[in-house]
Design a protein around this ligand. Sequence first.
Ligand code: ARG
Length: 290
Amino acid sequence: MDSRPFFVMTDPGCFNVSYRINPWMNPDDWTPEQAAIACAGSAKLRKALEIAGARVEVIGAVKGLPDLVFPANAATVLDGKVLLARFRHPERQGEEAIFRSVFQRLKARGLVREIIDLSDGLFHEGAGDAIWDHDRGFFWGGFGPRSSRGALSVVRKTFGYEVVPLELATEAFYHLDTCFCPLAGGHVLYYPAAFTPQALAAIHERVPAARRIEATAEEAAALCVNAVNIGSTVIMARAPESLRQKLNARGYELVEVELDPFIRSGGAAYCMTLRLDRTSAPAASILAAE
Ligand code: ARG
């Protein structure tokens, strides 16, 4: 059994910004040159993940579904269980069937165990709004702009772990992964202004001040909080120097990738990936144990 962290990414061949479902997106600003930069950025992100010790599988692009490049929104995955997402915006709902068949193929290969549907009438945008905190053993659950609050109890029942609800206060930071990133070792990188007072209180209650790394407005606007963490490596879009210094001071190394075209869609490193091998046990994969 391969014990490397295992990520899915999507071929960026059909990526563009052709509709607007968040304030980052402006179809009028999209140029064909962006598409070429996107392909190079996606390849570099994949390389950075592999250099950090991960294995990456790339799923095919589908014409007319540009946001398929953000597989973090496809599902919540833990312990081999896949809770399929339901998208709030019709523009992305066509991705649901594509991702379902991707997971069915992964299941046939023994790479995930179980595929679970969300109850009717709820929205949930996957790992973008349900972030597993490996050190603390629970999910942080974003809700508001995209995911319904009611979906968080489905996440709790499906996986059997607490989900700490965090209400998102702004349209710009519409998925939890745009403003919140737990790091190995117990630090949390987050952008306080994105949260309601109750959500901030919940974060402060569970993460001691010494473990909180606050992103500035400039760092958050560079979508740097949307980062992939593997061990002490943190992979993200081009970062202001201030963020590099903050992370280095806590013992993390930064790997930066040019992801500007994806930022124009409101996404960056974390949401361009979906991690499939996460287990609630701190030890080896439960799939390996079976
Ligand atoms: N354009 C996409 C959307 O608005 C970007 C999604 C980025 N995903 C994320 N988890 N932050 O849905």
